[in-house]
Design a protein around this ligand. Structure first.
Ligand code: HEM
Length: 505
């Protein structure tokens, strides 16, 4: 009996000690991060529950309805700033123009928020790198993205775009088809030839579109994991066989980049043998290979960099061009206006690069497409306090969820937020809109370095295709485009695909 009482007391003492340790740890954490706790308590947001924080608001949110849910969240918090604990991590969600731009333009807060860990492929590269490592690589490659380099790509832009328009011939007057893969193969060809100076010709040599399908599959898997906490532990991911598929897809990508490099090096040797200039030192690939020669970068690092630039550059611009074709089919009046301007601006049956500045309607359409379907969200880890207009200070330690989609649909800046209304970007309206209300390429130190390249290549592809073909689709747009179903993969893809019909003009 005495022993029983002694055992009971011992287990009581153990429990009390355990609870005491937890309580002291929790109190110490609260004291150490008191500034963050006070700040979070000052923000509106869902009530935080033990262990799960505000995660319960994510129930029912998927990759298809995320934007719709964000619309509700933004409505809940009219100032466009709210706080939410995601387990132990303090998150601030914002779609406020002032807050977004203050965070993005900060030269210290350049690290991505921790959700980006799911997008780390194998080796680090510029897109996922942080701190000094990011600064070093960004400084190295910046000259390769300068606007004076763009004119060197003119012949390649024209060559691959004409090949794209010609290859669409096989779809003329047929049933609806998904235009994404043909568009994406063209943007892959453009990046290979321009940035890596390697003419691989996937439009011609990859009839099944394997490279495009492999990239979509890789992105799909990365975004699936990011949205499924059950898939976060590595051992579960491996157990389900998903890691093996990811590894195969990555090795397919790396083999492709390796092939690009081999083609590039062979071409350089041929030029040298003919005593011809072997390459402009300001071209992206030449900058990187020069750093390998000097021992600053490894060859593996160059492969990782080229792979991510290929993915970031071809997938984004391919998605926007495919959206424009689908939207032209959905909105025949807008298509007709753009076509009339195009016909008046171009001599003959081809679009020349010099014609592009005259194509105001197409530029407005591209921007309106970026507003609706561009990169919807990103995030930063705040490591140094950010002060916003003397009204709000975001303390170090916060994970910022930057809701670009919310800003791009904020009725304060957009007359018809849910409509496809290219007039939002008429020269007059653009002039009267405050700076930083439209940021499809973000801003500040981590601004997309490929924005000028992207605008030039997209405009040429769209104008050249529209001059030859008329687009239509059986799909009717909803009254409010925010009510469409999407697949969130880097940008927003329509759940029903990029289905269109084309007819020769
Ligand atoms: C419509 C086309 C494009 C869109 C909408 C777009 C958008 C973006 C955005 C929003 C970011 C910042 C992501 C973040 O910090 O969270 C970014 C970064 C980046 N983009 Fe683009 N991009 C486009 C085209 C391109 C092209 C054509 C290239 C290359 C030729 C490119 C290369 C990159 C790179 C390398 C980064 C990483 C920059 C860094 O972290 O310092 N992008 N892009």
């Amino acid at each position: 009996m005495d022993i029983g009482i002694q055992q009971l007391k011992l287990s009581h003492i153990l429990w009390i000690c355990l609870i005491g340790i937890f309580a002291i740890r929790a109190l110490y954490r609260r004291w150490k991060h008191r500034k963050i706790y006070a700040f979070m308590a000052s923000l509106p947001g869902p009530i935080s529950l033990p262990f799960i924080g505000g995660d319960y608001i994510l129930i029912g949110i998927s990759r298809t309805n995320l934007c719709g849910k964000m619309k509700t969240l933004t409505k809940w918090y009219p100032d466009g700033v709210s706080g939410m604990w995601e387990r132990n991590e303090p998150h601030v969600l914002t779609s406020s123009r002032e807050v977004l731009n203050a965070v993005l333009s900060s030269s210290e807060n350049i690290d991505k928020f921790y959700h980006y860990d799911h997008f780390q492929i194998v080796a680090n590269s510029m897109i996922t790198a942080s701190g000094t490592e990011w600064r070093t690589i960004r400084n190295i490659v910046n000259p390769g993205f300068r606007s004076n380099i763009l004119s060197l790509f003119d012949d390649n832009f024209t060559y691959h775009t004409r090949a794209f328009v010609d290859r669409l011939e096989k779809y003329e007057n047929s049933d609806e088809f998904d235009i994404f893969v043909p568009v994406h193969l063209c943007t892959i060809d453009l990046i290979s030839d321009n940035m890596v100076q390697a003419r691989i010709g996937v439009q011609e040599n990859d009839p099944t579109g394997r490279m495009s399908l492999a990239m979509t599959e890789l992105f799909e898997m990365m975004f699936e994991r990011a949205f499924s906490p059950l898939l976060w532990p590595d051992f579960i991911y491996k157990l389900l066989g998903k890691q093996k598929i990811i590894d195969q897809l990555i090795s397919e990508h790396y083999n492709f980049v390796q092939r690009m490099l081999e083609v590039h090096i062979k071409k350089k040797q041929e030029l040298r043998e003919e005593n011809r200039h072997a390459g402009n030192p300001q071209i992206y690939i030449n900058i990187l290979l020069d750093k390998v020669d000097k021992g600053v970068l490894t060859k593996d690092r160059v492969i990782a960099e080229v792979n991510e630039t290929l993915m970031a550059g071809s997938y984004t611009s391919g998605t926007i061009v495919a959206w424009v074709f689908k939207l032209l089919g959905m909105f025949p009046d807008i298509q007709e206006r753009a076509y009339q301007e195009l016909k008046e601006s171009c001599v003959g049956d081809r679009v020349e690069l010099d014609d592009l500045p005259k194509l105001v309607q197409i530029e407005m359409i591209i921007k309106e497409t970026l507003r609706h379907f561009g990169v919807p969200f990103t995030g930063r880890h705040i490591i140094k306090d950010v002060e916003i207009n003397g009204k709000l200070t975001i303390p170090a330690g916060i994970q910022m969820f930057l809701n670009i989609y919310g800003l791009h649909h904020d009725p304060e800046y957009w007359e018809k937020p849910g409509e496809f209304y290219p007039e939002h970007f008429s020269p007059l309206k653009e002039k009267s809109r405050p700076r930083g209300a439209f940021i499809p390429f973000l801003g500040g130190p981590r601004v997309c370095p490929g924005s000028r390249y992207a605008m030039r290549s997209m405009k040429l592809m769209i104008a050249s295709t529209l001059l030859r073909y008329k687009f239509s689709t059986d799909e009717k747009p909803p009254e409010d485009l925010r009510d469409m179903d999407y697949r969130y993969i880097v940008l927003l893809h329509p759940a029903a695909g990029f289905r269109v019909k084309i007819e020769r003009r």
